[in-house]
Design a protein around this ligand. Structure first.
Ligand code: UDP
Length: 239
């Protein structure tokens, strides 16, 4: 534990991370692999909170583009994150990792409501806490939720797991062979250069609260462990 760079983290998993190549829904072998990665890191003894997205099922913006009222569409997205959280909880518990799901929208039959002090208590008792339902408000994202919850629980860092991308680049590396990978950046660099890492609300919130963000590739086994042990992988963003 003493060798770890971060002692309390917020891991942001996009919905996409649970979908695998099929790109939609939850792919059981993929979520199992993600859970195994988390279990390996959990065993190191650090405190882990997870924010899950819902983009593998629904995005409010897409619903709005189809003519749906935006807030209503966003609530569907928030419910999608809760489905992902329950699936992740199931996978983690089957590997022997104790967990609690806390939802920002009350759903007491299946999860606890989000209570900050209780979340911290769970972490101290070595339970992985999964924050579901985003912020509970439309027009926000789960990236913003990660920045918000990280500030609320005094996390040491936000680990932003990406699918197949190993950090932040000056341009899309799949489209531009000259794209340059950054080892470190500031939130201001991201905002000023319009780099697509997280939405601007999430960026400004992390910047204001001075919480480092590490963007790394989830698809490489052992990467979460490398980040918490302080290996220089991915891109580190400081306030
Ligand atoms: N969402 C929301 N408020 C929040 C978080 C999420 O309205 O605080 C909705 C929004 O519609 C979003 C969807 O939930 O499109 C899924 O979340 P997100 O797009 O952040 O998931 P990810 O891209 O990480 O899979």
């Amino acid at each position: 534990m003493s060798d770890l760079k971060y002692k309390r983290i917020v891991l942001k998993l996009s919905g996409e991370a649970l979908a695998g190549d099929q790109g939609f829904g939850i792919h059981p072998p993929v979520i199992k692999e993600v859970a195994q990665e988390i279990r390996d890191v959990y065993k190191l003894g650090l405190q882990i909170a997870i924010v899950v997205g819902g983009g593998n099922m629904w995005r409010g913006e897409s619903g709005a583009q189809m003519g749906m009222e935006r807030s209503q569409a966003d609530y569907i997205g928030m419910l999608a994150t809760i489905m992902n959280a329950l699936a992740l909880q199931d996978n983690l518990e089957s590997l022997g990792v104790p967990t609690r799901v806390q939802t920002s929208i009350e759903m007491r039959a299946i999860a606890e409501p989000y209570i900050r002090r209780k979340a911290i208590r769970h972490l101290e008792k070595e339970r992985v806490v999964i924050f579901a339902g985003g912020t509970g408000s439309p027009y926000f994202s789960t990236d913003t939720t990660a920045a918000l919850r990280a500030a609320e629980i005094n996390a040491d860092a936000i680990l932003m797991a990406k699918n197949g991308v190993d950090g932040i680049y000056s341009a899309d590396p799949k489209l531009d062979p000259n794209a340059k990978k950054f080892d470190s950046l500031t939130q201001m660099d991201i905002i000023n250069n319009g780099l697509k890492v997280m939405d601007s609300t999430a960026s400004t919130l992390s910047m204001d609260n001075d919480i480092p963000l590490v963007v790394f590739n989830l698809n490489q086994p052992g990467n979460i462990k490398k980040v918490v042990e302080g290996d220089n992988i991915g891109t580190t963003v400081r306030g």
